[in-house]
Ligand binder design. Sequence first.
Ligand code: GLP
Length: 237
Amino acid sequence: MKVIICKNKKEGANKAALLVAEQIKKKNNLVLGLATGQTMIPFYKELIKTNKRIDFLKVKTFNLDEWCGVDHNNKNSLKSFMDKYFFSKLNISRENINFLNGKSKNIKKECERYEKETNGIDLQILGIGINGHIGFNEPGTPFNSLTNKIKITKEIRELYSKEFGGFNKVPKYGLTIGIKTIMRSKKIILLAFGKSKADAVAKSLNNKSNKKIPASILQKHKDVTFILDKKAASKLE
Ligand code: GLP
């Protein structure tokens, strides 16, 4: 496990983008697992810059999660987030972009399809929730979970109130690749910036791995790098 502490989030985002670009340079058809959230915005900005010299055309992407019941065309879908901040800004092939469909009529089958297709992620990018979640895998999710529908905690739904126009409009469920699914990625980079993430980061790394803090499972992965800014790293021992 590597922990890289950067001066600020711009430096962290840049560092992460360069690591990803390096992997694409080595393997032009890299299978890349992607995440959403505010943390990812500066990272995607930096990654887009590398597109001047790195070709993304053969890169295949799989996003971690999607809101349950939300159409990809809805402005609040995680797919729309990705289009806005990343996919629309670089030369990536549309058919190489993969997502869970939150509007699927058969959620069980949809999760099974994604579970199979995500077998072979070379590099998984992760953010971390203030409660230590990864993807939508909330505290208490078993470490052997596969792609599934998950109940989102009140604490996390509150963070999305504004975006959805009120707490009650925030979906109660999400679809997410599982913790076991994440762990089978060959390489993982987790990004966390700002003091709101300091507790989650500390609990993930200071304590023994336990399912109350989903990200703590990453201690057991053989190739994981945490890229933090000083604030997110401030409670590390
Ligand atoms: C969201 C997403 C996660 C993301 C995390 C952090 O709920 N499901 O994939 O990593 O929470 O988001 P942010 O970067 O906005 O703090």
